[in-house]
Design a protein around this ligand. Structure first.
Ligand code: SF4
Length: 291
């Protein structure tokens, strides 16, 4: 085969994840190991690379049993009780919460406090997503989490609503949810109070258009992403929507010869959780073993 393979320059870690990975690497180089609370990034290959260096991934139950160690908080952020446990157990925290998420947490607290008890703080996102848990935890888990349009039924449309979105949700679907909520509220009460806060992350939403163009410009698209990454799933579907010959791989072994034809142009791209080295490796594997 005679294919041209190109890696998308704009794909790869967002700056929040990049920062967290760098902090983990720094600590490992300094002291030989670091505990990380939850998967540092939704990409098994990158987690394995860091674990091979000395990172130890732990969950919240394990955190409670540790004492006198150093624990890194990943970009998604954490609820206040995590910091309380750390203090109680003499755990030193390396806080790699993304600065955008930290700002968002403060906005949630402010929204919760600024009105009377009628106030409803609503987050459009995934209930079990660590960022959403961290956000809702700031206000004692009183936020109402909306995963899909039907969940809007949980709201009292006569009471004020402050709407937020998980940072990695597509801006377009957030817009739809906000419009639908606004319609419902105004139908019921023309003085309804809805405040829509723009909290989708520009690092993610800015990639949509780029990936659409990138996918259109190649015959085959290889999307590299972690199976657990919601951002990877969303962006893969976006690419697939404009180029039917888009394939999702998590590791190099997932590549299949039958996906490629003579003289294809191949684009390799990924999510905000996809390390650049893995996309480069995919390019190399296609050039060496399939081309
Ligand atoms: S997607 Fe945005 S908010 Fe989330 S970690 Fe990355 S830079 Fe931060």
């Amino acid at each position: 085969m005679n294919m041209i393979v190109e890696v998308d320059e704009k794909s790869g870690f967002c700056f929040g994840v990049d920062l967290a990975v760098k902090k983990a690497e720094e600590e490992i180089l300094k002291s030989g190991k670091v505990y990380c609370l939850g998967q540092i990034v939704h990409n098994d290959m990158e987690v394995k690379r860091l674990e091979d260096m000395g990172m130890i991934t732990i969950n919240h139950e394990q955190l409670k049993t540790l004492k006198d160690v150093t624990v890194l908080i990943r970009a998604h952020g954490e609820p206040p009780e995590t910091y309380e446990i750390a203090e109680k157990n003499n755990i030193q925290i390396i806080d790699a919460s993304c600065p955008i998420v930290l700002k968002f947490q403060k906005r949630v607290i402010k929204a919760h406090l600024e009105d009377d008890s009628q106030n409803q703080v609503v987050i459009y996102g995934e209930k079990n997503h660590p960022e959403v848990i961290g956000l809702s935890g700031q206000i004692g888990y009183q936020a109402i989490i909306i995963e899909k349009e039907e969940d809007l039924d949980q709201l009292d449309l006569n009471k004020p609503v402050k709407l937020f979105s998980q940072t990695t949700k597509p801006a377009s679907s957030y817009k739809k949810i906000a419009a639908s909520l606004s319609d419902k509220m105004l139908t019921l009460n023309e003085n309804a109070s809805l405040k829509v806060n723009n909290t989708t992350c520009g690092q993610v939403s800015g990639r949509d258009q780029n990936l659409i163009e990138f996918s259109k410009n190649h015959n085959v698209v290889i999307f590299v992403g972690g199976k657990k990454s919601s951002n990877a799933k969303t962006l893969y579907e976006l690419c697939k929507g404009v180029n039917d010959r888009t394939y999702f791989i998590s590791e190099i072994e997932d590549l299949k010869t039958e996906w490629f034809k003579q003289d294809d142009t191949v684009g390799v791209c990924g999510a905000t959780s996809t390390p650049r080295w893995l996309m480069d490796k995919a390019k190399e594997a296609i050039e060496k073993h399939i081309n």
